[in-house]
Design a protein around this ligand. Structure first.
Ligand SMILES: *Cc1c(COP(=O)(O)O)cnc(C)c1O
Length: 418
């Protein structure tokens, strides 16, 4: 891609014509005139979701009422969806459930991991990154404070510190596979092996990986994973998250949210809790079925391609955006914070700029939707299922024009959601 800087819009049109994923854009309902570079935060709506929502609400709920727990597969839906998602993250059948939120699933996985490690009383630290998504750190804080057993959270400032900090007192290494802000991608297999060398367990957060980059949880021999379905998996706003527990850990997996959906026989209505064998012990209570049902629509679109094809296009899109922005906005104080090396990059490109918030707001006004993250970072997510090469060209051109003409309000008030 050394010629990228001289690339024209018509070159992008040609790339779109040759793009094997181009037709998948038709699976999504995107408003005309919008270039959507925020699929890393809230994925676009699959067209099929409208019909599915109508069917869940009118027929399954409206007509069939409570029978639908059995006849419409409502009760099994967390596992059915988990099995549909499994191949995208390198998991096996009956190792994933779609349920609850990422924060809640983090709670379950951290609690279960600490309990497994409790046989070794000197393992008292949870290692994570200061730059991790805050809820991940907050959940670890909440558990350790509540347990009050001397657990410490150790925050590192760079992945390079991992070999020095992981040792015999590490209980759990908890990392987000792709950093939400910079797009940095960890080497899952290498870091997992490092944790295991010291007897530590590892929990991967796949919020920005599932549907964005190929993930091989079992091949990496990872211990636990959680992630979102409303980002790259296009499950809809607040759609339930997922949790992965590999077969080898399922029997030892005990978490304190021991609700009836995780019981061995929920409808026996026994007063004592016996966890069900297998992954469904990770469930807690009744699931938001109307929201859960939408997740299938997002996952169905992945059945029409594979993660290798998605990865190839994702890297081509981010390479092109980085090259175009750096060439065309060279006179402006932009700093790329996303790694240039492919093996360290997720499916986004983030740039620092002193007026990042204002510039993003100006872009959104022009129909180019990215987002802002502290500190001073403009974040652009690239979803190969529905983003074209001409979108990339137009977004970079919009950014150039806004910066050149200073067409932004440097004093723009912050919205509640940035
Ligand atoms: C988006 C995201 C979350 C969100 O958690 P919720 O419980 O769904 O609000 C958590 N962790 C990471 C790393 C994320 O990127």
């Amino acid at each position: 891609m050394t010629q990228t800087t001289t690339i024209t819009r018509s070159d992008c049109e040609k790339l779109d014509q040759q793009d094997p994923l181009a037709a998948l854009r038709e699976e999504f309902d995107l408003p005309a005139g919008v270039i959507y570079l925020d699929g890393n935060s809230l994925g676009a709506r699959p067209k099929a979701a409208l019909q599915r929502a109508q069917d869940v609400i009118t027929r399954e709920w409206g007509t069939d009422l409570i029978k639908s727990w059995n006849t419409a597969g409502w009760f099994d839906m967390p596992s059915t969806l988990g099995n549909q998602l499994a191949p995208l993250i390198g998991a096996e059948v009956n190792e994933v459930v779609v349920t609850d939120t990422t924060s809640v699933n983090l709670f379950k996985a951290i609690a279960a991991a600490l309990q497994i490690q409790a046989t070794d009383s000197k393992r008292k630290t949870i290692i994570t990154e200061r730059s991790n998504f805050p809820t991940d750190i907050y959940m670890a804080e909440g558990i350790t404070r509540w347990l009050d057993r001397g657990y410490q959270i150790q925050l590192i400032d760079s992945p390079d510190e991992l070999p020095q900090v992981i040792n015999d007192s590490t209980a759990l290494v908890m990392l987000t596979h792709v950093n939400y802000r910079t797009g940095y991608l960890h080497d899952m297999a290498a870091v997992t092996a490092l944790a295991h060398q010291h007897g530590a367990l590892i929990l991967w957060d796949l919020a920005h990986s599932a549907g964005a980059v190929p993930v091989y949880l079992n091949a990496a021999n990872a211990d636990f994973a959680v992630g979102c379905t409303y980002k790259y998996l296009n499950g809809g706003p607040g759609s339930p998250a997922f949790i992965w527990v590999p077969a080898r850990h399922q029997e030892a997996f005990h978490h304190p949210l021991s609700g009836w959906w995780g019981h061995a026989s929920p409808f026996a209505m026994n007063p004592g809790f016996t966890p069900t064998p297998g992954i469904r012990r990770a469930l807690c209570g009744t699931q938001p079925i109307t929201s859960l049902a939408m997740v299938a629509c997002g996952l169905d679109t992945f059945g029409k391609t594979d993660m290798q094809a998605i990865r190839k296009k994702s890297l081509a899109l981010t390479d092109m955006f980085i090259a175009l922005v750096e060439a065309r906005c060279a006179s402006h104080p932009l700093e790329l914070v996303t790694p240039r090396q492919h093996q360290q990059r997720g499916s986004q490109a983030s740039f620092k700029h002193p007026h990042a918030y204002a510039v993003i707001q100006a872009l959104i006004k022009r129909g180019v939707i990215g987002d802002y993250r502290e500190p001073a970072i403009m974040r652009f997510g690239f979803t190969p299922l529905y983003t074209s090469f001409t979108d990339v060209w137009d977004a970079a051109e919009g950014l150039r024009d806004i910066l050149d003409s200073k067409d932004y309000d440097a004093n723009a008030e912050r919205n509640a959601v940035t």
